[in-house]
Design a protein around this ligand. Structure first.
Ligand code: NAD
Length: 361
């Protein structure tokens, strides 16, 4: 099997390309601004040792204009910010590509109906390390509450004043977990069992394990929002969850609440978020994801203008902490991602139905 492995290859310095149109619609990276992901090449290279699938690491993100790079390949391997809509899938199918292997859990960037219609199989890595994301989410809570990031820069500059670094205890604070799947449950467990927080949760499908992890369900999202000192998002991005955090739901949160999103950017309406920050309603926000992150994340944009005014505004708030979709990034997670993705590809090559296929509902 021959696999076109998009958004993966480490590249040199990123040339500046001042195309406003490209940035404004956030439709794609400018040519040359490929993601720099040496870790994919390393982890997949190691895991593929004895298996011997032909992996062709490509700098480019998968999108309509880069579909031709998949010519003569049986499969493409893609990540969270590759585009795999109906147009792209049609292009891939015309080239004879039969398989899309997502090296991530979320699949909101793939048009599953189109894939089914075109006979292209789609697989994912449903769970590679919920611990990686849960531990990162808790770290983000701690960073915001105890201001590690501010003290780090301050001390480096020889300023040992404590003014402005006042935090609060997590002990007995109410934490609201939205979505209690693999990651949400673990996040709640660490906060309940480790910190002594009062962890409440909301999920359309409550988990039986929640009780033993010290997590208590409330009946409605509104109830969770009204009670929580800290809200952490852990549900997938679907038509039903897009902008679940909006003017109305932000208004239901306590004044001074801390909001954490390590799930998917578009769970939050960014304009509403900015308004709630400007009015002082939100105490602080931690984001590992952003709804239009694909224009910037996984690439070095340090010598580029940020054309997305909402994103620039978010980065300007003293009480907003942003990381670049990093929560998954641990040695253990990368190895699991590589092993499962390669197994999915092997299943496809041997005509076996992979247990990790994603199908249209
Ligand atoms: P999961 O499928 O195990 O759990 C998701 C939970 O959300 C389920 O229990 C589901 O019932 C619940 N849910 C769905 N719709 C809901 C709604 N409207 N309200 C409340 N709950 C709802 O998923 P997971 O493995 O725990 O991952 C959660 C999300 O984390 C993924 O969808 C992905 O977007 C994100 N993620 C981010 C990173 C990162 O690096 N930042 C890495 C992995 C996963």
């Amino acid at each position: 099997m021959k696999v076109a492995f998009y958004s993966s290859k480490k590249v040199g310095p990123v040339p500046f390309f001042p195309s406003v149109t490209l940035f404004n619609d956030c439709a794609s990276h400018p040519p040359g601004s490929a993601p720099s992901t040496r870790y994919d090449v390393d982890s997949f290279g190691d895991a593929n040792g004895d298996i011997g699938i032909e992996l062709n690491f490509l700098e480019s993100r998968l999108e309509k204009s880069t579909v031709p790079l998949a010519a003569s390949h049986d499969a493409v391997c893609i990540f969270v910010n590759d585009y795999c809509d109906a147009d792209v899938l049609e292009g891939l199918a015309n080239l004879g590509v039969k398989y899309v292997a997502l090296r991530c859990a979320g699949f909101n960037n793939v048009d599953l109906q189109a894939a089914e219609r075109l006979g292209v199989e789609v697989s994912r890595v449903p769970s590679y390390s919920p611990e990686a994301v849960a531990e990162f989410a808790v770290g983000m809570v701690m960073t915001i509450v105890r201001k590690y990031h501010k003290s780090y820069s301050r001390v480096r500059e020889g300023n040992f004043l404590l003014d402005g670094l006042l935090g609060f205890n997590l002990f007995q604070k109410t934490i609201g977990i939205i979505g209690t799947g693999r990651i949400g449950l673990l996040t709640g467990k660490i906060l309940a069992k480790g910190f002594g927080c009062n962890v409440i949760a909301y999920d359309l499908y409550p988990s039986k394990q929640a009780g033993e992890y010290g997590i208590r369900y409330v009946d409605t999202l509104e109830e969770l929002l009204r009670q929580s000192d800290i809200v952490s998002l852990h549900c997938p991005l679907t038509d039903g969850t897009k902008y679940m955090i909006n003017d109305t739901t932000l208004g239901q949160m306590k004044r001074g609440v801390i909001l954490i999103n390590t799930s998917r950017g578009a769970l939050i309406d960014t304009t509403a978020l900015i308004n709630a920050l400007k009015s002082g309603h939100l105490g602080a926000v931690g984001l590992d994801v952003y709804e239009k992150e694909s224009a910037y994340f996984f690439a070095d944009s340090s010598t580029k203008i940020i054309y997305d005014d909402n994103f620039a505004r978010l980065l300007s708030f003293y009480n907003v902490f942003v990381s670049g979709h990093q929560a998954f990034l641990t040695v253990e997670a990368l190895r699991n991602i590589a092993d499962t993705t390669l197994q999915n590809l092997q299943d496809c090559a041997s005509g076996k139905k992979s247990p990790n296929l994603v199908e249209a509902e």
